[in-house]
Write a new protein. Sequence first.
Length: 42
Amino acid sequence: MILLGGIETVAREWICEEFCFVASAYGFTDADAEELTAVRDW
């Protein structure tokens, strides 16, 4: 289903942004977004 795939993509991007926000809040300002979410089984 195309709609579901689009929602999943948006959700992944939003979650990735949240991971980056939390990482920067803990002082990891140079954290790589791809590396933070690479091991996740989406």
